[in-house]
Ligand binder design. Structure first.
Ligand code: F6P
Length: 305
């Protein structure tokens, strides 16, 4: 997100605009937590996880009164447009401002979950996946040496994008995602069969939205009798220095969104399609659901032999 902020600020300054940032997302907008963002203010942040603006969930912004207040603050600060960096909730808020007040907004997709339509990748996903893969690799050392089954829970409240990608890259024996029904007794039977052929350790990756690691651990240990352990990666996936891919993605999307807004386009979200930059209406982005890749699901099954 910091790389995206850096791109927004420098793209806008490059076109002669001034930039004001609001701390704490929509909550800070309502409370007028504004700060001037000049070029040095976004220097030295490209390698930092999180966001220097901080963030917050805002119940007030979900009400019409809250959005009226936010609009009053934007006008008071002389803001002529708003770039919103965030996930589904943030982008929905941006669209509300556009629709209710005809206010110019543009979105930049930021979510480790990668569940935003209109872009192949949202900012943070690649970093989260690489963090999860690093953790899987480390856990595998113990799984192998102690001949255990490890169930590793990754983030993804509503979808399995992180689980699928990290599970494939980490060589998981099974990947459980909310998008695909699964049977723990069947997985247990597969583990027993693999053991009969000499396999002595396994890694199961589970998206938090599919099942709790500990429940999976308990079920598998009951039906196999193997020593099973659960690891929940949690918020370690949401922090840390971003990958080069994420940094460049954030720069490209932040730069595009800002330039589109300054050129008079409104209500769009910048995205990546293949390696090409695109800009889609927020109405489209928010009305469609990003689908998990069936080819990767099949690949994960094919690899689980
Ligand atoms: O951003 C989405 C997400 O990463 C989910 O995958 C996860 O469940 C959630 O955020 C955690 O949010 P919080 O930090 O508010 O518990």
């Amino acid at each position: 997100m910091n790389a995206a902020l850096r791109a927004v600020v420098r793209a806008a300054l490059g076109r002669g605009a001034e930039v004001i940032g609001f701390n704490h997302g929509y909550e800070g907008l309502i409370n007028d937590e504004s700060r001037n963002l000049d070029s040095p203010s976004v220097g030295g942040i490209i390698d930092r996880g999180g966001t220097i603006l901080r963030t917050a969930r805002s119940a007030a912004f979900m009400t019409r009164e809250g959005r009226d207040q936010a609009m009053a603050v934007l006008i008071k600060n002389g803001c002529e447009g708003l770039v919103v960096i965030g996930g589904d909730g943030s982008l929905t808020g941006a669209l509300k401002l556009q629709e209710e007040f005809d206010y110019p907004v543009c979105g930049v997709p930021g979510s480790i979950d990668n569940d935003i339509s209109g872009t192949d990748f949202s900012i943070g996903f690649d970093t989260a996946v690489n963090t999860a893969v690093d953790a899987i690799d480390r856990v595998r050392d113990t799984a192998y040496s102690h001949e255990r089954v490890f169930v590793i829970e990754v983030m993804g409240r509503r979808n399995g994008f992180i689980a699928l990608e990290a599970g494939l890259a980490g060589g998981a024996e099974a990947i459980l995602v909310p998008e695909m029904p699964f049977s723990l007794p069947d997985i247990g039977a597969e583990l027993l069969e693999a053991a009969s052929k000499g396999k002595r350790s396994s890694i199961i990756v589970v998206a938090e939205g599919a099942a709790k690691a500990d429940d999976v651990r308990e079920a598998l240990s009951e039906c196999t009798g193997f020593e099973c352990r659960a690891v929940v990666l949690g918020h370690m996936q949401r922090g840390g220095s971003p990958t080069a891919f994420d940094r460049v993605l954030a720069l490209r999307l932040g730069h595009l969104a800002t330039n589109r807004l300054l050129s008079g386009f409104r209500g769009e979200m910048a995205g990546l399609a293949g390696n090409l930059l695109v800009s889609h209406p927020l109405t489209f982005v928010l009305s469609s659901e990003r689908q998990i890749d069936p080819e990767k699901l099949l690949l994960s099954e094919a690899m689980a032999q």
